[in-house]
Design a protein around this ligand. Structure first.
Ligand SMILES: Cc1cc2nc3c(=O)[nH]c(=O)nc-3n(C[C@H](O)[C@H](O)[C@H](O)COP(=O)(O)O)c2cc1C
Length: 341
């Protein structure tokens, strides 16, 4: 069975955005933002880990490099009903890889395997990994040591093989390398070229593994194309740039179909949602700010973007902003529905 997922994205995939995504897709699995193991251990757990049951299926993404901490974080998260635990092995940020987390860990697959074994002792939930096809450089080695470059298909294959020996059988692969010296995280999502063929090749050489592809996938047709080669597709930026696309992705599941929903219905649901949160403007804004792409490429998209971007007109809270949108946006766009196939 194919699977579609919405990628972990810091500052985007918080619980409000996930709730919004769930109005659009009933089946795609939603990922939390990356959460470090120490945030789970030392932070405000309820704030960090709580989610609404309607968000399910939901995966918790954890970043860390210390196996004891990673195991403890998993143990703590057992009290929440996550469907999957995902290990971040792809983030290029200094803040993360400088601490030997994220993409830097691709240089140390044996250490990753130890981390995974430790995590597995604390949970029966599926543990998955999200990584790049390779790395160029790490942030942790002393400068006088040779730079670690794992940029060839064979390097990727070796990495997958070692991780698969732990029993992990689900790999989410962002089809570009991470350049860990000199590029910002944003550049690292744009500059290294996409090399989908290498992900397809992993599926061919490890047919028993569930391989999910990620990176630059923005249309229903390209999802369809990728699913001819791999088992799943993870959507990142398109989920906030053009979220209405998500209403069509359930068709990729067995017996799935498009979610016959309109933007008007989504906005009405959001009004109910923010009412439940309370009338606090700031919180309300936070709850809807990532819906900014709902009218992508449609008449009214500017009105929508202006309405939900600060500074808000004095006195309006999220509920009023959404109600105003229903008054101001073109009726035909509000009532448009996905193509039914
Ligand atoms: C704003 C933003 C935040 C991100 N945060 C994370 C993260 O927390 N964990 C992670 O594994 N990847 C993170 N990513 C990477 C995405 O999950 C995804 O791999 C990447 O954007 C490529 O997919 P796309 O081309 O479909 O956007 C982030 C990406 C963006 C744009």
């Amino acid at each position: 069975m194919a699977r579609i997922s919405i990628a972990p994205m810091v500052d985007i995939t918080d619980r409000h955005f996930r709730y919004f995504c769930r109005l659009l897709t009933k089946k795609a699995i939603l990922y939390t933002e990356m959460i470090t193991s120490s945030a789970i251990i030392y932070g405000d757990r309820n704030k960090i880990l709580d989610f609404d049951p309607v968000e399910k299926p939901i995966a918790l993404q954890i970043a860390g490099y210390d196996k004891k901490e990673m195991a403890e974080a998993v143990k703590i998260a057992e009290d929440w009903d996550y469907d999957e635990i995902n290990v971040n092995l792809g983030c290029p940020s200094d803040r993360v890889s400088g601490n030997q987390m994220g993409a830097t860990l691709m240089a140390y697959p044996e250490l990753v395997a130890e981390i995974i074994y430790a995590m597995k002792r604390e949970t029966n939930k599926p543990i998955t990994v999200k990584h790049r096809i390779g790395i160029d450089g790490t942030n942790v080695l002393p400068k006088d040591l040779p730079k670690v470059v794992l940029d060839k298909y064979e390097d990727l294959e070796r990495f997958v093989k070692i991780i698969a020996e732990t029993g992990v059988n689900h790999f989410i692969i962002h089809a570009r390398i991470a350049i860990l010296e000199g590029l910002s995280p944003k550049e690292n999502r744009e500059v290294p070229p996409l090399r989908y063929d290498e992900v397809y090749r992993i599926k061919k050489n490890f047919p028993h593994l569930f391989i999910e592809i990620n990176g630059g996938i923005k249309t229903i047709n390209s999802i369809k194309d990728h699913l001819r080669h791999v088992d799943g597709v993870m959507l990142g930026r398109v989920a906030y740039e053009n979220p209405f696309l998500l209403s069509e992705v359930d068709r990729f599941y067995d017996n799935g179909k498009v979610n016959n929903v309109s933007r008007r219905e989504i906005i009405e649901e959001l009004i109910n949602y923010v009412k439940k949160l309370g009338e606090d403007d700031k919180r309300g804004y936070h709850a809807i700010k990532n819906t900014i792409g709902l009218f992508h490429n449609k008449r009214g998209s500017r009105i929508w973007r202006q309405l939900i971007s600060p500074p808000w007109e004095a006195g309006y809270g999220a509920k009023e902003i959404l109600e105003r949108a229903l008054d101001l946006l073109p009726e035909d766009v509000l009532d448009e529905r996905p193509r039914i196939i």
